[in-house]
Design a protein around this ligand. Structure first.
Ligand code: FAD
Ligand code: 2HG
Ligand code: ZN
Length: 471
């Protein structure tokens, strides 16, 4: 059903001037994602300031049969937060719900609203002498609600897990406007189904997350960071095994990057420089960290890299000697997404395969892609400890954007078929949104898909929560 004047008046009375946007110019930032890959239209943008306001707004839209698109920082990479082009959907932005409600140092938990920016949450935890470990390139603008709705991962998953593992409780506005208060800070609770897991990773299709209780960890007091050059992806898999054997959980970052990925960063991001004089086929950014200020991380790192040189796993390495150098090395890694944007449209594939199969995946898929589209530039990087590669493609030099885009179905099928043949996942981190909604039907078990549809129907029988996404 379309948004009519009666509904607008009710929503306006509920949310006030700052809580409802109709002006097309002011709506524009809510209708386009970070990458500018998805654009939509909307009847309204709603910006509730409290759970009560969000629940009342959802109830009014539900009664009127109006579809809602929950939105956080709009950094998602699959178009999940962008409405369709009908102009009949309503964006529900959580950006004004940005309070840290409580921080319990002894329980090691923090209760936050969905619109809190991830970097602000990290800072609040640090101020209390704690760590909130989720860390990703978009942390300056993505929100806790978006992190939960996409079950975000990032660069510390190998030690701390995804958002799912960091969450103890949720508050959710259900599609009919009821509020489920599951804000429990308990590490043990076996009183039935673990309902929060339904909403985490659901990409806003089952309800609107308004707040969460999240786990905190001891603050980090020592750190050792190295940028290493490797001869092959095989060497990266062997090296992470060796580092884990020596350092256990103190290995908190292990990020692989191909030469192509680094070249884009060096070409497009000002102030970046290659740590080595010679080019190398692969790089790994390694980070060890520990809550103890006395941990001998530097020695462990040097010993591991020394063994790596001797066995031929490592070709060259620099160990950061200052905070500024640590930041400069991480900037090379975190800058890849932005750098690739400068090379025209990118085809993004965030896949997982078993860690042991990463080298074979890279070699065989690369060869097939080169055959399918000679000169295609493969921007391969990612979180080796999670088996998660960003296997992104940029057009061959000189090719028209439109011609490259027209090859997307063929190239993406090739990558997803290769992933599926290794019993991998076609979406390891970023979710399905609108980008992979159709593809997943082909790759996911039909029984699992039927269960997902049944759950969707139970919670949202009118199909008003983020329609057109995921399912
Ligand atoms: P949005 O983009 O606004 O929304 C994402 C999805 O969540 C949409 O489907 C939306 O409907 C839904 N949603 C948002 N808020 C709510 C809510 N309160 N309730 C219900 N549904 C909601 N992701 C990773 O996992 N790991 C990475 O390392 C990583 N790095 C990135 C680096 C860059 C430079 C960029 C641009 C993105 C990166 N991402 C990464 C993807 C993205 O940042 C994450 O998915 C992030 O968690 C999205 O948060 P957001 O607030 O921007 O959500
Ligand atoms: C990362 O690990 C993110 O940097 C973004 O998940 C990946 O832009 C991408 O494809
Ligand atoms: Zn990633």
């Amino acid at each position: 059903m379309a948004v009519d004047n009666v509904l607008i008046e009710r929503l306006q009375a509920l949310l006030g001037e700052t809580g409802l946007i109709r002006d097309p110019q002011r709506m524009a930032p809510y209708l386009c994602d970070w990458r500018k890959a998805y654009r939509g239209r909307a009847a309204l943008v709603l910006r509730p300031a409290s759970t009560g306001e969000a629940a009342a707004a959802v109830r009014l839209c539900h009664e009127a049969g109006v579809p809602l698109v929950p939105q956080g920082g709009n950094t998602g990479l699959c178009g999940g937060s962008i409405p369709d082009d009908s102009g009949e959907q309503v964006v529900l932005s959580l950006s004004r719900m940005n309070r840290i409600r409580a921080l319990d140092v002894q329980n090691d938990t923090v209760t936050v609203e969905a619109g809190v920016i991830l970097a602000q949450l990290q800072a609040a935890a640090a101020e209390a002498g704690r760590l909130f470990p989720l860390s990703l390139g978009a942390e300056g603008s993505c929100t806790v609600g978006g992190n939960l709705a996409t079950n975000a991962g990032g660069t510390a998953v190998l030690r701390y897990g995804n958002m799912r593992e960091l969450t103890l409780g949720l508050e959710v506005v259900l599609p009919d406007g009821q509020v489920w208060n599951g804000l429990r800070g308990l590490r043990k609770d076996n009183t039935g189904y673990d309902l929060k897991q339904l909403f985490i990773g659901a990409e806003g299709t089952l309800g609107v997350i308004t707040a969460a209780v999240l786990k905190l960890y001891p603050a980090i007091r020592s750190r050792a960071t190295a940028w290493t050059a490797l001869p092959s992806a095989e060497a990266a898999v062997a090296l992470i095994g060796a580092l884990r054997a020596r350092c256990g959980d103190r290995l908190t970052g292990f990020e692989l990057m191909s030469r192509q990925s680094l070249e884009f960063v060096l070409r497009h991001l000002p102030g970046c420089s290659d740590p080595f004089a010679e080019p190398h086929p692969w790089y790994v950014l390694i980070e060890l960290s520990d809550p103890s200020a006395e941990a001998a991380l530097g020695e462990w790192l040097e010993a591991s890299l020394g063994e790596g040189f001797e066995s031929g796993l490592v070709r060259d390495a620099v160990i950061a000697t200052s905070e500024a150098q640590v930041a400069a090395l991480w900037a090379l890694r975190e800058g890849i997404s932005e750098a690739q944007n400068h090379e025209g449209p990118s085809l993004k594939h965030d896949i997982t395969v078993p860690i042991s199969l990463i080298p074979e995946f890279i070699a065989s898929t690369g060869a097939r892609l080169e055959q399918a589209l000679p000169g295609v530039r493969i921007v391969c990087y990612g979180h080796v400890g999670d088996g998660n590669l960003h296997y992104n493609l940029s057009k061959p030099p000189g090719m028209e954007d439109a011609a490259f885009k027209s090859r997307q179905p063929q190239l993406t099928t090739l990558v997803f078929d290769a992933t599926s043949a290794m019993h991998g996942s076609i979406s390891a981190e970023h979710g399905l949104g609108q980008a992979k909604r159709d593809a997943v039907r082909h790759y996911k078990d039909p029984v699992e898909q039927a269960l997902m549809r049944a759950l969707k129907h139970t919670l949202d029988p009118r199909g008003l929560m983020n329609p057109g996404k995921v399912l």
